[in-house]
Design a protein around this ligand. Structure first.
Ligand code: F6P
Length: 548
């Protein structure tokens, strides 16, 4: 149970702690020695190998960490965590359980009850069907009218796109199946440019939509069906659906044997572990997909059992709470020094911002503190040549979350991987240590600059430092480590949501724009007038009509 009185005392204690330590240099915390180990959490599971989350470069000392952990405990995090894993209806605004963790539970003996019924046999059966489908497709037993399937197009958006699209890119070294493409945007350019180079006779279309009503996905699915109809007598012969809405997939004409369903207790942004991951399974194969699930399951076990200060998701969440709600940093940057994780920031934008971007607490009251931060980012080193100027010398601090593998997949290019490592570690060090005016002046003097020129130049060369970052290290980007990384972030979002007292599993904030778009379509089609639109919308419509 959440004890709000108690937790408000904890918030107050943390605010006081912040006032006391805000000006302190983070570097000073390292004076005693032993800090990197004491302010890191590790996971060492046979599935993933060792993983390390180092949060020692944040302005968090033992006292602050104790206060943060006490806050998490006071808000009932541990009870809520068990409630999630055991199938309780913790998504209260939609009256649903939250069981994406069950999708990756590979324990053949596990039982998880929802309203008294064990959900595991159904999940195992669906996984087995997906595996048999993926094998048949990859090994050429399921064929297109033109022969072996060479291309797969996943049509979906949000959680029905971002997870598989990100993971397919991340696991490129493991691809040994057909090419996989992703179409999400309703902008016709997206489907046009994707289908343009493909042969319908050897292409499989996956329509991924939990609801099977999403405007973008259904519009693109119809375009794909028409494209197939140009050459195939049965235009949906090479269609697969991933959906909870079996009546709608049937209405679209998709063979029930080619439909992979999932329950309403799998949220869209948490759905890559089940049928929505089919495109990934096709690309990397069922064994690698199981390794992906096993990596996530390893993080689940760690999250459920490790003490708070050594618990990776709990500590990542507590650094998040410290930076956003206590220190007031409005955004956080996710910077993977891993090019194949280029889509991770976009994936995390949905995961974090759709989950925790809320101004009303679970009980309907106003949130008394800021909601989750803006999440953004790009892979390093590219980001260094774009936005790092602001991160180092802008007026606002932006906490950075770095991700880095010990080794890449290119044995002949190890020297280049070392450059990547050096760049990542250098950024974390530079953000924390900065460069003082004295150091800047000495540096300029060493370059022969003196007098008024030196005075003028020196301040531009100062780095204030004391800018926090975390570092997540893993052996190599593999299906298992990727699974663990994603589960780490999912659970971080969960812990932050519990501490804020919000429901991380609904997304009512996406509804209004969808409704208004539905009302505007008849206006654009000339079937309704612009009378109900606001004046700015009327002007935009007039411009678009005149210039279209
Ligand atoms: O618009 C938000 C959203 O509902 C996401 O939560 C979801 O991942 C996405 O749309 C796609 O929904 P569906 O899988 O039902 O097409």
């Amino acid at each position: 149970m959440v004890d709000s009185m108690q937790s408000s005392e904890h918030w107050a204690a943390l605010a006081a702690r912040h006032n006391a330590v805000a000006g302190r240099p983070i570097t000073a915390l390292f004076a005693d020695g032993g800090r990197p180990e004491a302010f890191s959490a590790t996971l060492d599971d046979p599935a993933t190998g060792p993983m390390l989350l180092d949060y020692s470069r944040c302005n968090i000392d033992t006292e602050t960490r104790d206060l943060l952990v006490a806050l998490a405990e006071a808000t009932g995090m541990e009870e809520r965590r068990e409630a999630m894993f055991t199938g309780k209806r913790i998504n209260e605004t939609e009256n649903r359980a939250v069981l994406h963790t069950a999708l990756r539970n590979l324990d053949e003996e596990a039982q998880i009850l929802v309203d008294g019924a064990d959900v595991m046999p159904g999940l195992r059966a669906t996984l087995a069907r997906m595996e048999s489908f993926a094998r048949d497709l990859r090994e050429g037993r399921i064929r297109g009218v033109g022969g072996r399937i060479g291309d797969v197009v996943n049509i979906g958006i949000g959680g029905s796109d971002l997870g598989p699209a990100m993971a397919v890119q991340a696991l490129r070294p493991f691809h040994d199946g057909p090419r996989v493409h992703f179409v999400s945007n309703v902008d016709p350019a997206h489907i046009h440019d994707t289908l343009e180079d493909l042969n319908p006779e050897t292409t499989l279309i996956i329509v991924a939509s939990k609801t099977f009503t999403t405007l973008e996905t259904m519009a693109n699915a119809h375009v794909a069906r028409d494209w197939m109809a140009r050459v195939l007598r049965d235009p949906v012969r090479q269609f697969v659906a991933l959906s909870s809405a079996l009546d709608r997939t049937a209405e679209f004409g998709i063979d029930p044997a080619r439909v992979f369903g999932f329950e309403d207790w799998v949220g869209g942004r948490y759905s890559v572990w089940g049928p929505i991951g089919l495109s990934l399974m096709i690309a990397i194969g069922p064994e690698n997909f199981r390794a992906f699930l096993a990596g996530a399951a390893a993080m689940d076990r760690h999250f459920r059992t490790a003490p708070a200060a050594q618990n990776m998701p709990v500590m990542l969440a507590l650094t998040g709470i410290w930076h956003r709600q206590i220190c007031g940093h409005a955004s956080r940057a996710v910077v993977p020094y891993d090019q194949r994780l280029a889509r991770l920031p976009a994936y995390l934008q949905q995961l974090e911002m759709e989950s925790n971007g809320k101004r009303v607490a679970m009980d309907g009251s106003d949130l008394e503190m800021p909601s989750g931060p803006v999440v953004w980012g790009e892979p390093g080193t590219n980001g260094q040549h774009a936005f790092f100027q602001l991160i180092h010398q802008g007026t606002e601090a932006v906490p950075c979350e770095f991700l880095l593998a010990a080794r890449g997949h290119e044995p002949l290019l190890e020297a280049q991987h070392r450059m990547l490592i050096a760049s990542c570690l250098a950024q974390a060090e530079a953000l924390m240590a900065g460069r003082s005016l004295k150091q800047a002046r000495a540096m300029l003097r060493a370059h022969g600059i003196k007098g008024r020129a030196l005075d003028r130049q020196a301040r531009h060369r100062v780095f204030p430092g004391n800018r926090p970052s975390t570092l997540l290290l893993y052996p190599q980007l593999t299906p298992a480590t990727l699974g663990a990384i994603l589960a780490l972030y999912e659970h971080r979002v969960f812990v932050e949501g519990v501490i804020l007292g919000i429901n991380s599993f609904d997304q009512w904030g996406v509804e209004l724009g969808k409704e208004l778009a539905g009302q505007l379509l008849p206006v654009l089609e000339g079937e309704a007038d612009t009378g109900t639109c606001d004046p700015a919308t009327r002007q935009a419509i007039a411009f678009l009509r005149d210039s279209g």
